[in-house]
Design a protein. Sequence first.
Length: 193
Amino acid sequence: MSEAEPRVSGLAALVPVAAAAALYGWAHWCYAGASAPSGTVALAGGAVLIVGASVLYFVCVGGSRSLFGALFLALGLLLTVAATDQAASRAEVAPCVVREVQEQKTSSAGEGLPGERIVYRHVLDCPGGYPDELTDGRRLAAAGGEIRVAYDPRHRVSPAPEGGSSPWAAGLGAMALLALSALVAAAGPFRDE
């Protein structure tokens, strides 16, 4: 092993941390920033960060393990975006009165597919007029009842019941995959003796 190999492995072990920080900053600005870019620019910037970090990691680690580490890195970065979205995108909460609840039955055709499913569309009366409806897989309240709805005032994501969209699961998954990616990079090359 040459002196350059430990430095490259050390750099590769830092890629998950640096990439996650950069992507979190980008996603947070895109979801919650007052001067956020358009959806196309946000998506393109995020894709460039994820692909660029994965390619840099793959090149720095080298060998057969680089593919798995880069895959863990890419999945961890995608979960980082999901956690950021869930944390920042529904910043406002409104107490809304349910005017009507509509049930819609959906079914799948074919063998082995899920059976019938019921989707509940809650028609709402909220201060300011938005959101005007909330769709969920369960009845959240009867007509005349009240629901606290978390929503994005810029209408970038659909509203959700307050507390129904927690970033913890995605955040913990991201941390686990990013740590695994860093461990793969720091482990050093696999050699047959």
